[in-house]
Design a protein around this ligand. Structure first.
Ligand code: S3P
Length: 433
Protein backbone atom coordinates (compact mmCIF):
# COMPACT_ATOMS: atom_id res chain seq x y z
CA UNK A 1 0.00 0.00 0.00
CA UNK A 2 1.45 3.41 -0.88
CA UNK A 3 0.89 6.25 1.56
CA UNK A 4 0.60 9.71 0.02
CA UNK A 5 3.07 12.16 1.52
CA UNK A 6 2.94 15.85 0.99
CA UNK A 7 5.65 18.49 1.22
CA UNK A 8 5.10 22.12 2.22
CA UNK A 9 7.29 25.10 1.56
CA UNK A 10 7.58 27.57 4.42
CA UNK A 11 8.92 31.01 3.61
CA UNK A 12 10.49 33.25 6.24
CA UNK A 13 8.13 35.74 7.90
CA UNK A 14 8.53 39.36 9.00
CA UNK A 15 6.14 39.07 11.93
CA UNK A 16 3.28 37.14 13.51
CA UNK A 17 0.07 39.03 13.95
CA UNK A 18 -3.54 37.97 14.37
CA UNK A 19 -6.26 36.35 16.35
CA UNK A 20 -7.06 32.65 16.41
CA UNK A 21 -9.56 30.22 17.88
CA UNK A 22 -8.37 26.64 17.72
CA UNK A 23 -10.08 23.27 17.38
CA UNK A 24 -10.71 21.31 20.57
CA UNK A 25 -8.00 19.86 22.76
CA UNK A 26 -6.89 16.41 21.61
CA UNK A 27 -6.48 14.95 25.12
CA UNK A 28 -9.89 16.16 26.27
CA UNK A 29 -11.61 15.08 23.02
CA UNK A 30 -10.24 11.53 23.40
CA UNK A 31 -11.55 11.33 26.95
CA UNK A 32 -14.96 12.81 26.12
CA UNK A 33 -15.31 10.40 23.19
CA UNK A 34 -14.38 7.39 25.34
CA UNK A 35 -16.48 8.33 28.34
CA UNK A 36 -19.39 9.50 26.17
CA UNK A 37 -19.19 6.23 24.23
CA UNK A 38 -19.22 4.24 27.45
CA UNK A 39 -21.84 6.30 29.35
CA UNK A 40 -25.60 6.05 29.52
CA UNK A 41 -27.36 8.49 27.17
CA UNK A 42 -26.35 10.88 24.40
CA UNK A 43 -23.51 13.35 24.89
CA UNK A 44 -22.94 16.39 22.70
CA UNK A 45 -19.48 17.83 22.25
CA UNK A 46 -18.86 21.10 20.44
CA UNK A 47 -15.43 22.17 19.17
CA UNK A 48 -14.41 18.51 19.15
CA UNK A 49 -10.82 17.91 17.95
CA UNK A 50 -10.51 17.83 14.16
CA UNK A 51 -7.39 15.64 14.38
CA UNK A 52 -7.18 12.14 12.92
CA UNK A 53 -6.25 10.72 16.35
CA UNK A 54 -9.58 11.62 17.92
CA UNK A 55 -11.38 10.32 14.83
CA UNK A 56 -9.64 6.99 15.58
CA UNK A 57 -11.09 7.03 19.10
CA UNK A 58 -14.56 7.82 17.78
CA UNK A 59 -14.31 4.95 15.27
CA UNK A 60 -13.20 2.52 17.98
CA UNK A 61 -16.08 3.54 20.23
CA UNK A 62 -18.48 3.11 17.29
CA UNK A 63 -17.08 -0.37 16.62
CA UNK A 64 -17.77 -1.16 20.30
CA UNK A 65 -21.44 -0.24 19.90
CA UNK A 66 -21.58 3.50 20.55
CA UNK A 67 -23.46 5.69 18.06
CA UNK A 68 -21.51 8.63 16.69
CA UNK A 69 -23.10 11.48 14.74
CA UNK A 70 -21.07 14.34 13.32
CA UNK A 71 -23.32 17.39 13.16
CA UNK A 72 -22.47 20.89 11.92
CA UNK A 73 -18.82 21.99 12.07
CA UNK A 74 -17.09 20.57 15.09
CA UNK A 75 -20.15 19.16 16.89
CA UNK A 76 -20.20 15.44 17.65
CA UNK A 77 -23.01 13.50 19.28
CA UNK A 78 -22.11 10.23 20.97
CA UNK A 79 -24.67 7.79 22.32
CA UNK A 80 -23.00 5.50 24.80
CA UNK A 81 -23.23 1.75 25.33
CA UNK A 82 -24.35 2.17 28.95
CA UNK A 83 -21.31 0.41 30.37
CA UNK A 84 -21.41 -2.68 28.17
CA UNK A 85 -19.27 -2.76 25.00
CA UNK A 86 -19.96 -5.23 22.18
CA UNK A 87 -16.86 -7.18 21.09
CA UNK A 88 -16.37 -6.33 17.40
CA UNK A 89 -15.54 -8.93 14.73
CA UNK A 90 -12.64 -6.88 13.41
CA UNK A 91 -9.62 -5.51 15.33
CA UNK A 92 -10.02 -1.97 16.66
CA UNK A 93 -7.78 0.32 14.60
CA UNK A 94 -6.15 3.02 16.74
CA UNK A 95 -4.27 4.50 13.76
CA UNK A 96 -1.36 6.66 14.99
CA UNK A 97 -2.88 7.29 18.41
CA UNK A 98 -1.12 6.04 21.54
CA UNK A 99 -3.80 7.67 23.70
CA UNK A 100 -6.52 5.66 21.96
CA UNK A 101 -4.73 2.35 22.34
CA UNK A 102 -3.53 2.72 25.91
CA UNK A 103 -6.68 4.27 27.35
CA UNK A 104 -9.22 2.04 25.55
CA UNK A 105 -7.21 -1.00 26.72
CA UNK A 106 -8.14 -0.09 30.31
CA UNK A 107 -11.79 0.31 29.40
CA UNK A 108 -11.91 -3.09 27.66
CA UNK A 109 -9.87 -5.12 30.16
CA UNK A 110 -12.91 -5.19 32.46
CA UNK A 111 -15.48 -5.94 29.72
CA UNK A 112 -16.78 -9.33 28.58
CA UNK A 113 -15.26 -10.76 25.40
CA UNK A 114 -12.11 -10.63 23.28
CA UNK A 115 -10.74 -7.44 21.80
CA UNK A 116 -7.71 -6.71 19.62
CA UNK A 117 -6.20 -3.24 19.28
CA UNK A 118 -3.99 -2.49 16.29
CA UNK A 119 -2.21 0.63 15.03
CA UNK A 120 -0.08 1.99 12.22
CA UNK A 121 3.68 1.31 11.91
CA UNK A 122 4.63 4.10 14.33
CA UNK A 123 2.11 3.01 16.98
CA UNK A 124 3.14 -0.63 16.53
CA UNK A 125 6.68 0.33 17.58
CA UNK A 126 5.62 2.12 20.78
CA UNK A 127 5.88 0.49 24.23
CA UNK A 128 2.72 -1.20 25.54
CA UNK A 129 4.32 -3.14 28.41
CA UNK A 130 3.58 -0.09 30.56
CA UNK A 131 -0.15 -0.87 30.42
CA UNK A 132 0.09 -4.67 30.34
CA UNK A 133 1.83 -4.94 33.71
CA UNK A 134 -0.64 -3.00 35.88
CA UNK A 135 -3.65 -4.42 34.03
CA UNK A 136 -2.35 -7.94 34.63
CA UNK A 137 -1.86 -7.05 38.32
CA UNK A 138 -5.60 -6.35 38.26
CA UNK A 139 -6.15 -9.85 36.87
CA UNK A 140 -6.58 -8.86 33.22
CA UNK A 141 -5.44 -11.13 30.41
CA UNK A 142 -3.39 -9.16 27.89
CA UNK A 143 -1.10 -10.45 25.14
CA UNK A 144 1.43 -8.32 23.25
CA UNK A 145 4.08 -9.11 20.66
CA UNK A 146 7.47 -8.32 22.18
CA UNK A 147 5.97 -5.54 24.23
CA UNK A 148 4.10 -4.00 21.30
CA UNK A 149 0.74 -3.92 19.54
CA UNK A 150 -1.34 -5.76 18.54
CA UNK A 151 -2.83 -5.71 22.03
CA UNK A 152 -5.06 -8.76 22.61
CA UNK A 153 -7.42 -8.43 25.54
CA UNK A 154 -9.48 -11.22 27.05
CA UNK A 155 -11.88 -9.18 29.17
CA UNK A 156 -12.65 -10.36 32.70
CA UNK A 157 -13.69 -9.27 36.16
CA UNK A 158 -10.78 -7.39 37.76
CA UNK A 159 -9.49 -6.73 41.26
CA UNK A 160 -8.44 -3.29 42.50
CA UNK A 161 -4.76 -2.35 42.78
CA UNK A 162 -2.64 0.27 44.47
CA UNK A 163 -0.25 1.23 41.70
CA UNK A 164 2.70 3.59 41.47
CA UNK A 165 3.47 4.59 37.87
CA UNK A 166 7.16 4.01 37.10
CA UNK A 167 7.00 6.57 34.28
CA UNK A 168 5.11 9.84 34.20
CA UNK A 169 2.25 9.00 31.86
CA UNK A 170 -1.29 10.31 31.82
CA UNK A 171 -2.21 7.59 29.36
CA UNK A 172 -1.14 4.83 31.77
CA UNK A 173 -2.89 6.57 34.67
CA UNK A 174 -6.07 6.84 32.60
CA UNK A 175 -5.86 3.21 31.50
CA UNK A 176 -5.87 2.08 35.14
CA UNK A 177 -8.62 4.51 36.15
CA UNK A 178 -10.88 3.27 33.34
CA UNK A 179 -10.34 -0.31 34.48
CA UNK A 180 -10.85 0.77 38.12
CA UNK A 181 -14.13 2.46 37.20
CA UNK A 182 -15.51 -1.03 36.47
CA UNK A 183 -13.82 -2.91 39.34
CA UNK A 184 -15.35 -3.55 42.76
CA UNK A 185 -13.21 -1.96 45.48
CA UNK A 186 -10.87 1.03 45.31
CA UNK A 187 -8.12 1.35 42.71
CA UNK A 188 -5.40 3.92 43.40
CA UNK A 189 -2.75 5.34 41.08
CA UNK A 190 0.21 7.18 42.62
CA UNK A 191 2.37 9.38 40.45
CA UNK A 192 5.67 10.99 41.43
CA UNK A 193 5.17 13.68 38.79
CA UNK A 194 1.65 14.94 38.39
CA UNK A 195 0.60 14.39 34.78
CA UNK A 196 -2.30 16.03 32.95
CA UNK A 197 -5.52 15.47 34.90
CA UNK A 198 -8.12 15.62 32.12
CA UNK A 199 -9.30 12.09 32.91
CA UNK A 200 -9.98 12.91 36.53
CA UNK A 201 -11.91 16.05 35.54
CA UNK A 202 -13.80 14.31 32.73
CA UNK A 203 -14.73 11.30 34.88
CA UNK A 204 -16.20 13.69 37.45
CA UNK A 205 -18.03 15.62 34.72
CA UNK A 206 -19.68 12.34 33.65
CA UNK A 207 -20.75 11.76 37.27
CA UNK A 208 -18.05 9.44 38.62
CA UNK A 209 -16.62 9.97 42.10
CA UNK A 210 -12.85 10.08 42.57
CA UNK A 211 -10.67 11.10 45.46
CA UNK A 212 -7.39 12.88 44.98
CA UNK A 213 -4.39 13.63 47.12
CA UNK A 214 -1.32 15.60 46.06
CA UNK A 215 0.22 12.57 44.39
CA UNK A 216 -2.56 10.02 43.95
CA UNK A 217 -6.01 9.46 42.56
CA UNK A 218 -8.46 6.76 43.65
CA UNK A 219 -11.59 5.46 41.99
CA UNK A 220 -14.14 3.04 43.33
CA UNK A 221 -16.07 0.72 41.03
CA UNK A 222 -18.60 -0.03 39.78
CA UNK A 223 -19.87 3.39 38.86
CA UNK A 224 -22.07 4.42 35.99
CA UNK A 225 -21.43 7.42 33.77
CA UNK A 226 -24.08 9.82 32.54
CA UNK A 227 -23.93 11.71 29.24
CA UNK A 228 -22.93 15.40 29.20
CA UNK A 229 -23.07 18.43 26.89
CA UNK A 230 -19.68 20.11 26.70
CA UNK A 231 -17.61 22.53 24.64
CA UNK A 232 -14.03 21.30 24.23
CA UNK A 233 -11.48 24.04 25.01
CA UNK A 234 -9.00 24.98 22.27
CA UNK A 235 -5.87 22.81 22.16
CA UNK A 236 -2.97 24.37 24.04
CA UNK A 237 -0.42 22.00 22.46
CA UNK A 238 -1.59 23.19 19.02
CA UNK A 239 -1.52 26.81 20.19
CA UNK A 240 2.08 26.21 21.34
CA UNK A 241 3.32 26.41 17.74
CA UNK A 242 1.77 29.85 17.25
CA UNK A 243 2.80 31.11 20.68
CA UNK A 244 6.42 30.08 20.05
CA UNK A 245 6.27 31.65 16.58
CA UNK A 246 4.95 34.93 18.03
CA UNK A 247 7.62 34.89 20.76
CA UNK A 248 10.30 34.92 18.04
CA UNK A 249 9.30 38.30 16.58
CA UNK A 250 9.75 41.57 18.50
CA UNK A 251 6.55 43.54 18.15
CA UNK A 252 4.39 40.53 17.30
CA UNK A 253 0.81 40.29 18.53
CA UNK A 254 -1.06 37.02 18.79
CA UNK A 255 -4.38 36.43 20.52
CA UNK A 256 -5.76 32.92 21.03
CA UNK A 257 -9.19 32.69 22.59
CA UNK A 258 -11.26 29.92 24.14
CA UNK A 259 -7.99 28.14 24.84
CA UNK A 260 -7.67 25.28 27.36
CA UNK A 261 -5.50 26.45 30.25
CA UNK A 262 -5.64 23.48 32.60
CA UNK A 263 -2.72 24.08 35.01
CA UNK A 264 -1.33 20.59 34.32
CA UNK A 265 -0.96 21.64 30.67
CA UNK A 266 -0.16 25.34 30.78
CA UNK A 267 3.54 25.20 31.77
CA UNK A 268 4.50 26.55 28.34
CA UNK A 269 3.16 29.95 29.37
CA UNK A 270 5.62 30.03 32.28
CA UNK A 271 8.51 28.88 30.09
CA UNK A 272 7.80 31.50 27.42
CA UNK A 273 7.55 34.13 30.14
CA UNK A 274 10.89 32.96 31.57
CA UNK A 275 12.34 33.34 28.06
CA UNK A 276 11.19 36.96 28.06
CA UNK A 277 7.98 36.77 25.99
CA UNK A 278 5.10 38.99 27.09
CA UNK A 279 2.10 36.84 27.95
CA UNK A 280 -1.25 37.86 29.37
CA UNK A 281 -4.22 35.70 30.22
CA UNK A 282 -7.69 37.24 30.06
CA UNK A 283 -11.27 36.09 30.62
CA UNK A 284 -10.48 32.95 32.51
CA UNK A 285 -13.49 30.70 33.14
CA UNK A 286 -14.19 27.11 34.11
CA UNK A 287 -16.07 24.64 31.91
CA UNK A 288 -16.64 21.13 33.26
CA UNK A 289 -13.74 21.91 35.64
CA UNK A 290 -11.38 22.73 32.75
CA UNK A 291 -9.97 26.27 32.70
CA UNK A 292 -10.52 28.18 29.48
CA UNK A 293 -9.24 31.64 28.64
CA UNK A 294 -7.78 34.10 26.17
CA UNK A 295 -4.01 34.34 25.81
CA UNK A 296 -2.09 37.24 24.31
CA UNK A 297 1.53 36.77 23.27
CA UNK A 298 4.03 39.41 22.15
CA UNK A 299 7.70 38.85 21.34
CA UNK A 300 10.13 40.89 23.45
CA UNK A 301 12.02 43.77 21.79
CA UNK A 302 15.32 42.43 23.14
CA UNK A 303 14.69 38.88 21.84
CA UNK A 304 14.34 35.65 23.83
CA UNK A 305 16.76 34.77 26.65
CA UNK A 306 17.50 31.25 27.80
CA UNK A 307 15.85 28.49 29.78
CA UNK A 308 16.23 24.93 31.04
CA UNK A 309 13.47 22.33 31.08
CA UNK A 310 14.33 19.50 33.48
CA UNK A 311 12.72 17.23 36.09
CA UNK A 312 8.94 17.43 36.47
CA UNK A 313 8.80 20.28 33.95
CA UNK A 314 9.91 17.94 31.18
CA UNK A 315 6.93 15.62 31.77
CA UNK A 316 4.50 18.54 31.93
CA UNK A 317 5.82 20.02 28.68
CA UNK A 318 6.41 16.76 26.87
CA UNK A 319 4.37 17.62 23.75
CA UNK A 320 5.76 21.16 23.53
CA UNK A 321 9.44 20.21 23.72
CA UNK A 322 9.98 19.75 19.96
CA UNK A 323 8.85 23.30 19.17
CA UNK A 324 10.76 24.76 22.14
CA UNK A 325 13.93 23.03 20.96
CA UNK A 326 13.27 24.19 17.40
CA UNK A 327 13.24 27.87 18.44
CA UNK A 328 16.30 27.37 20.71
CA UNK A 329 18.88 28.65 18.19
CA UNK A 330 17.03 32.00 18.00
CA UNK A 331 17.32 32.62 21.75
CA UNK A 332 20.34 34.44 23.13
CA UNK A 333 21.33 31.84 25.73
CA UNK A 334 19.94 28.58 24.36
CA UNK A 335 17.53 25.93 25.58
CA UNK A 336 18.56 22.96 27.69
CA UNK A 337 16.25 19.94 27.91
CA UNK A 338 16.82 16.92 30.20
CA UNK A 339 14.76 14.16 31.88
CA UNK A 340 12.77 13.85 28.66
CA UNK A 341 13.69 10.31 27.63
CA UNK A 342 10.00 9.67 26.86
CA UNK A 343 10.50 11.82 23.74
CA UNK A 344 12.34 8.86 22.24
CA UNK A 345 9.19 6.69 22.28
CA UNK A 346 6.61 9.15 20.98
CA UNK A 347 5.25 9.03 17.41
CA UNK A 348 8.94 9.16 16.43
CA UNK A 349 12.24 9.43 18.30
CA UNK A 350 11.71 13.14 18.79
CA UNK A 351 15.15 13.79 20.29
CA UNK A 352 16.91 12.29 17.26
CA UNK A 353 14.65 14.00 14.72
CA UNK A 354 14.87 17.42 16.36
CA UNK A 355 18.68 17.16 16.39
CA UNK A 356 18.81 15.93 12.79
CA UNK A 357 16.56 18.69 11.48
CA UNK A 358 18.23 21.48 13.47
CA UNK A 359 21.55 20.35 12.02
CA UNK A 360 20.03 20.30 8.52
CA UNK A 361 19.17 23.98 9.07
CA UNK A 362 22.78 24.70 10.04
CA UNK A 363 22.45 24.70 13.83
CA UNK A 364 24.78 23.26 16.36
CA UNK A 365 23.01 20.94 18.82
CA UNK A 366 24.16 18.39 21.37
CA UNK A 367 22.04 15.27 21.78
CA UNK A 368 21.68 13.40 25.09
CA UNK A 369 19.86 10.17 25.82
CA UNK A 370 17.23 12.19 27.72
CA UNK A 371 17.34 15.57 26.02
CA UNK A 372 19.16 18.20 24.02
CA UNK A 373 21.31 21.28 24.43
CA UNK A 374 20.43 23.84 21.79
CA UNK A 375 22.87 26.75 22.02
CA UNK A 376 21.47 30.22 21.40
CA UNK A 377 22.71 33.03 19.16
CA UNK A 378 22.62 30.91 16.00
CA UNK A 379 21.14 31.72 12.62
CA UNK A 380 19.47 29.00 10.57
CA UNK A 381 19.09 28.52 6.84
CA UNK A 382 16.22 26.90 4.96
CA UNK A 383 16.57 23.15 4.46
CA UNK A 384 14.63 19.98 3.71
CA UNK A 385 13.03 18.72 6.92
CA UNK A 386 12.39 15.06 7.62
CA UNK A 387 9.24 15.01 9.73
CA UNK A 388 9.46 11.23 10.12
CA UNK A 389 5.67 11.25 9.67
CA UNK A 390 5.42 12.87 13.12
CA UNK A 391 2.91 15.72 13.35
CA UNK A 392 4.72 17.64 16.07
CA UNK A 393 8.07 17.52 14.22
CA UNK A 394 6.46 18.81 11.01
CA UNK A 395 4.82 21.73 12.83
CA UNK A 396 7.84 22.53 15.06
CA UNK A 397 10.09 23.00 12.02
CA UNK A 398 7.51 25.06 10.17
CA UNK A 399 7.91 27.47 13.11
CA UNK A 400 11.73 27.35 12.98
CA UNK A 401 11.48 28.06 9.23
CA UNK A 402 9.77 31.42 9.85
CA UNK A 403 13.05 32.98 11.05
CA UNK A 404 15.42 31.05 8.76
CA UNK A 405 17.29 32.43 5.82
CA UNK A 406 15.58 31.09 2.68
CA UNK A 407 12.79 28.59 2.15
CA UNK A 408 12.28 25.37 4.09
CA UNK A 409 10.65 22.25 2.70
CA UNK A 410 8.74 20.18 5.25
CA UNK A 411 8.49 16.59 4.07
CA UNK A 412 5.58 14.54 5.38
CA UNK A 413 3.66 17.73 6.15
CA UNK A 414 0.35 15.85 5.93
CA UNK A 415 1.16 14.34 9.33
CA UNK A 416 0.05 17.64 10.93
CA UNK A 417 -3.50 16.33 10.41
CA UNK A 418 -2.93 13.77 13.17
CA UNK A 419 -3.62 16.52 15.68
CA UNK A 420 -4.14 19.75 13.74
CA UNK A 421 -5.29 19.64 10.08
CA UNK A 422 -5.75 23.43 9.94
CA UNK A 423 -2.16 24.18 11.04
CA UNK A 424 -0.54 25.28 7.75
CA UNK A 425 -3.52 27.41 6.69
CA UNK A 426 -3.62 29.19 10.04
CA UNK A 427 0.14 29.73 9.95
CA UNK A 428 -0.24 31.52 6.60
CA UNK A 429 -3.01 33.60 8.14
CA UNK A 430 -0.89 34.99 10.97
CA UNK A 431 2.54 35.10 9.28
CA UNK A 432 3.27 38.56 7.83
CA UNK A 433 5.73 38.61 4.96
C1 S3P B 1 -1.45 12.31 26.52
C2 S3P B 1 -0.40 12.03 27.35
C3 S3P B 1 1.00 12.16 26.94
C4 S3P B 1 1.13 13.00 25.68
C5 S3P B 1 0.16 12.61 24.61
C6 S3P B 1 -1.26 12.76 25.12
C7 S3P B 1 -2.82 12.15 27.02
O1 S3P B 1 1.51 10.88 26.69
O2 S3P B 1 2.45 12.92 25.18
O3 S3P B 1 0.33 13.41 23.46
O4 S3P B 1 -3.77 12.62 26.37
O5 S3P B 1 -2.97 11.57 28.11
P1 S3P B 1 2.06 9.93 27.88
O6 S3P B 1 0.94 9.57 28.75
O7 S3P B 1 2.63 8.73 27.17
O8 S3P B 1 3.13 10.74 28.53
Amino acid sequence: MSIATESRIIRPARNIMGSLRLPGDKSISHRYAMLGGFAQGTSRFSNFSTGADCASTLRCMEALGAKVKKLEAGVVEVTGVGGRATPPDEPLDCGNSGSTMRMIAGLLAAQHGSFTLIGDDSLSRRPMERIRRPLEDMGARIALTEGHAPVHIEGSELRPIDFTTPIASAQVKTCILLAGLQTAGTTTVHEAVRTRDHSELALRAFGAKLTRTLDSVSITGAQTLTAIDAAVPGDLSSAAFFMCAAALFPGSGLVVDALGLNPTRATLLDVLTALGAHISVLQLEEKHAELVGTVQVAGPAEGLGSTAVTGALAAQLIDELPVLAAIGPYTSGGIRIRDAKELRVKESDRIALVAKNLRAMGAEVIEFEDGLDVPGGQSLHGATIDSGGDHRIAMAFAVAALRADGETLIEGAESAAISFPEFFDLLELVAER
